[in-house]
Design a protein. Structure first.
Length: 134
């Protein structure tokens, strides 16, 4: 797709880079090996309320997924490669930036206890049957 996403709610910095088009989102999804690329169409739809950014800080990287709910932006997820959680320090830096620079609401969620199904969830999120012959 050769289209641009609506304006990102948080300004760009040297380490916080908003995703501006579906092609970039697809590349980030492949680089981080997560499902971000599946949101390419939602990124373009202003009414769907999705925004993404890539964060690079030293050797660490993360994908930020923002959701617009009831007219306000909130954090949908912040994940590293293969949907692993980022370090506490990186996550806190991202959240401070989102709150201070973009007015994004940070909702504190309780972590759910580990489940026997976690490994199955991780495997089912992989693109085992995603054949790309280009």
């Amino acid at each position: 797709l050769q289209a641009s996403a609506p304006r990102h709610p948080v300004p760009s910095t040297d380490w916080y880079r908003p995703v501006e088009d579906p092609r970039t989102l697809q590349k980030i999804g492949l680089r981080y090996r997560n499902c971000a690329r599946r949101y390419a169409t939602d990124l373009l739809d202003e009414h769907a309320g999705h925004a993404f950014a890539e964060v690079r800080h030293g050797s660490q990287g993360a994908v930020v997924h923002l959701l617009r709910r009831d007219g306000h932006w909130t954090v949908g997820n912040i994940v590293g490669p293969r949907n692993t959680p980022p370090t506490r320090v990186l996550k806190e830096r991202i959240e401070r930036h989102l709150e201070c620079e973009g007015g994004v609401r940070i909702e504190r969620r309780r972590r759910r206890p580990p489940s026997d199904w976690d490994a199955v969830r991780r495997l089912s999120n992989e693109s085992v049957f995603d054949f790309d012959f280009d």
